[in-house]
Design a protein around this ligand. Structure first.
Ligand code: IPD
Ligand code: CA
Ligand code: CA
Length: 273
């Protein structure tokens, strides 16, 4: 299918633009109190939308910075022109550009490109997932105790988010929980086995579209955090993992949703002098 090749080519071009801007250390503006946006987000989105429009003029485009295109086509692109803006704005070299294609409600193609490490993660429904054109697979870790995972905290409405409880419980029960600041890369890393699972509340469709397909095509499992089917356009939370850990992680999430905590968080008296 030519969709994936074209998406990969566009992601590489936008990624090169991001890499150049990253070297120049450009400034940022704030969209909300902690929600940043840079010139690079906008320039990357403009490039991607122009390229998609010229290759697939009928397709709908949903892009984070608002430069999309409405249409009644059964094809819809989700575009995150710069995923990891906070990292980017602070010169922390972990960010990506990601494009996912949905057909009639089902993800059919996805790309995540990391221009710093020159890694391109690609997947097409039914055709497997690849890292730099080599087939990739999820990890074989079988127990939560032996796992390395990742999560994220939203920049919008942060104060409404209780993820710190999930973070703490999972961190105490495993080898560790990373916070990379780039959700699409987290998903790509689950797909290639560098992480065993990833979860987050409040992601937007463009953060998850490509990455969830990567995980599914690499042999992993994707659902919401309560075990219900994950819907890119509307799910409020996400769990993506290597398949073996799914039930164990869901069981722990269920306890936390019920307010039951295996590990008690130390109070401030533990550090106050
Ligand atoms: C953000 C990143 C981050 C996640 C946030 C996202 P952005 O995307 O993926 O890891 O924790 O929820 O909003 O704003 O950098 O494109
Ligand atoms: Ca994002
Ligand atoms: Ca973004």
């Amino acid at each position: 299918m030519h969709f994936l090749e074209t998406a990969a080519e566009i992601a590489r071009e936008a990624g090169a633009l991001l890499a150049t801007a990253f070297e120049r250390r450009i400034g940022y503006e704030t969209k909300g109190k902690f929600d940043l946006v840079t010139e690079a987000d906008r320039a990357s989105e403009k490039l991607i939308v122009e390229r998609l429009r010229s290759h697939f003029p009928a397709h709908e485009i949903v892009a984070e910075e608002g430069g999309g295109y409405q249409s009644a086509s059964e094809y819809r692109w989700y575009v995150d022109p710069l995923d990891g803006t906070t990292n980017f704005a602070h010169s922390f070299p972990t960010f990506n550009v990601t494009l996912g294609l949905e057909r009639a409600g089902e993800m059919v193609a996805g790309v995540v490109f990391d221009p710093v490490r020159q890694e391109i993660f690609t997947a097409e429904r039914g055709a497997g997932a690849y890292l730099n054109n080599r087939r990739m697979h999820v990890s074989q870790i079988k127990r939560l105790n032996d796992s390395l995972s990742s999560t994220g905290f939203p920049s919008r409405k942060r104060n409404h988010n209780a993820n710190i409880h999930f973070y703490y419980q999972l961190a105490m029960a495993s080898h560790g929980v990373r916070r990379t600041g780039s959700a699409a890369l987290d998903l790509a890393y689950v797909a290639c086995g560098r992480l065993d699972f990833f979860w987050e509340f409040g992601l937007k469709p463009w953060d998850m579209a490509a990455g969830t397909l990567l995980v599914a095509e690499a042999g992993g499992r994707v659902s919401d955090m309560k075990g219900q089917p994950h819907v890119v356009a509307s799910s409020e939370h996400l769990l993506a993992d290597n398949g073996s850990l799914h039930d164990e992680v869901l069981a722990m999430f269920a306890e936390i949703f019920r307010g039951e905590f295996r590990s008690v968080m130390p109070g401030v008296e533990a550090v106050a002098g």
